[in-house]
Design a protein around this ligand. Structure first.
Ligand SMILES: Cc1cc2nc3c(=O)[nH]c(=O)nc-3n(C[C@H](O)[C@H](O)[C@H](O)COP(=O)(O)O)c2cc1C
Length: 485
């Protein structure tokens, strides 16, 4: 059975001893710093209540999905999976994908508290200032921004950050080419303000689905229904007509004017690459026309973290890798044995692919395909292709292959002018001034050279058979070792 809403998931974590309620913390940096430390230490998930200056019940939940245990629970996958196993589990799942459309309902707990027009006051909610250099308080981190295409009518849903400007206005940062932005710009091209709804706290599988970059035209609501095994129940937003999850904790509806008409300074904000690279820049605003929340509402906070720490979903890179792998197979690329997004690069910068080399040029083909398919292309700076005996999810294995199977003069290529964005710390001030958000990519072929791979020196490692036999015979030698400090 899927979870009904976020609070049911929180209750389950609490009953399993994996959640702490924290009282009396300050929205101004204290909650952000506790969240960061708890994430880095793989501590409990946390719900902040009685936040300084706010009445009891106005809560923030953090790190709900930031350990593998909690992420697998929310994803409906077996406990204990790690690395490439998680990628394979997602890949199997994706193969079976069938859209499950949302189900319209006429009401939901979201409307327990309704504020329209003059009644809207976003400061009622305890939006945190997460990091020291943030330019404001961010209500939307683990949120879902919901937009409807004006031509095709389909609904997109993705987390894009939402900063509170004042009682009735927020900022909204959406990177180029993201579907929410493409949709918004379509309204603007017609001289219209773009309607938008944002949910801040939602059932966890629906949230996971919203973070997933589906192809244009496919709604994350349908993907959420597939992940849940049941449709998401949605209510039509009274102001915009946009469907909003009926069990969301908090939601707002409003309109985004064209940037030629209005922008406000948004950021800086602590971003997923581990920097404040976007800085303070003019970005679109949302004029909020309605705010809804449940009794005792819970904001889902997922402030980005410097890699390798997962800020919202442990193993998010695995989902992305599964999607890249799937897309490569659909494109006819053969011999791929594993794909992984190495954690040091967040979910974007570093892709490792393992391949069983079948012909000359095979490894380079696989590497360039991994960086060309839709989900592999954005912000991929380093692609490393390794042989099938290397686990691409093990950074030590991968770097061993780079060190020992790669002569840079022959095995390294640089591709110029590839897709990046404002959050990339390597975009120089000069490029920023020209709105040039491209960088280069390195492809490292760390496979044994195909021409002489049969003459390549053998690897020093006892075979699995000898290891197994030896372990069986000498098992007692490996038991009772005192825990090392
Ligand atoms: C917690 C979180 C916060 C995010 N914040 C932003 C953001 O502020 N702006 C943005 O453009 N993308 C952001 N993203 C990335 C997009 O949500 C993600 O790439 C999504 O798949 C884009 O979907 P789309 O192609 O439907 O737009 C964020 C992702 C996560 C998981």
């Amino acid at each position: 059975m899927p979870f009904i809403d976020m609070r049911q998931f929180i209750d389950v974590l609490q009953s399993q001893g994996d959640l702490k309620v924290v009282e009396g913390a300050d929205w101004d940096l204290e909650i952000g710093t506790i969240t960061e430390l708890a994430c880095q230490k793989e501590a409990h998930a946390m719900v902040f209540d009685k936040i300084k200056g706010y009445p009891a019940g106005y809560r923030i939940a953090v790190n709900l999905l930031s350990t593998h245990r909690r992420a697998l629970l929310a994803s409906g996958l077996p406990q204990g999976l790690r690395g490439l196993e998680i990628v394979k589990a997602w890949k199997e799942r994706l193969k079976k994908y069938k859209p499950v459309p949302p189900r319209k309902v006429s009401e939901g707990p979201l409307f327990e508290n309704v504020f329209k027009d003059e009644q809207v006051n976003l400061w009622k909610l305890p939006s945190p200032k997460w990091n020291e250099k943030d330019g404001g308080r961010y209500l939307g981190t683990g949120c879902m921004v919901i937009t409807k295409d004006p031509d095709e009518g389909w609904v997109n849903m993705a987390p894009y950050r939402v900063m509170v400007h004042d009682e009735k206005t927020t900022g909204l940062y959406i990177a180029a080419a993201h579907h929410g932005r493409v949709m918004m710009e379509k309204y603007h091209a017609r001289g219209q303000d773009a309607p938008v709804a944002v949910a801040f706290g939602q059932e966890v599988a629906t949230y996971i689905a919203s973070t997933y970059p589906l192809p244009w035209g496919q709604s994350e609501y349908e993907f959420a229904g597939f992940l849940r095994g049941e449709p998401v129940e949605v209510v039509e937003g009274p102001v915009t007509g946009i469907p909003i999850p009926a069990t969301a904790e908090i939601a707002m509806e409003g309109f985004v004017p064209p940037q030629s008409k209005e922008t406000r300074i948004e950021g800086p904000f602590g971003e997923w690459p581990g920097y404040y690279a976007h800085g303070a820049m003019p970005e679109p605003v949302v004029h909020v026309k309605a705010l809804y929340h449940r009794d005792d509402p819970i904001i889902f906070g997922a402030p980005p973290r410097r890699p390798p720490y997962p800020f919202d979903l442990a193993g998010r890179g695995a989902i992305r890798a599964a999607q890249v792998w799937e897309e490569m197979e659909r494109a006819g690329v053969t011999g791929v044995k594993g794909v992984y997004k190495l954690e040091s690069g967040g979910i974007h910068f570093i892709t490792a692919v393992s391949v069983k080399q079948l012909h000359q040029g095979h490894a380079n083909w696989v590497a360039s395909a991994a960086a060309s398919v839709k989900t592999g292309a954005p912000l991929t700076r380093i692609v490393i292709v390794v042989d099938e005996d290397i686990d691409p999810s093990n950074i030590y294995d991968v770097m061993w292959a780079v060190a020992t199977r790669c002569d840079p003069e022959e095995a390294v290529q640089i591709v110029k002018g590839v897709w990046s964005n404002e959050l990339d710390p390597m975009i120089s001030p000069e490029k920023k001034a020209k709105h040039d958000y491209t960088t280069s990519r390195i492809i490292i072929n760390a496979c044994r050279p195909y021409r002489w791979m049969n003459d390549f020196p053998p690897v020093v490692d006892a075979s699995p058979e000898i290891k197994k036999k030896t372990l069986e015979k000498w098992a007692s030698l490996f038991e009772g070792v005192p825990k090392q400090a």
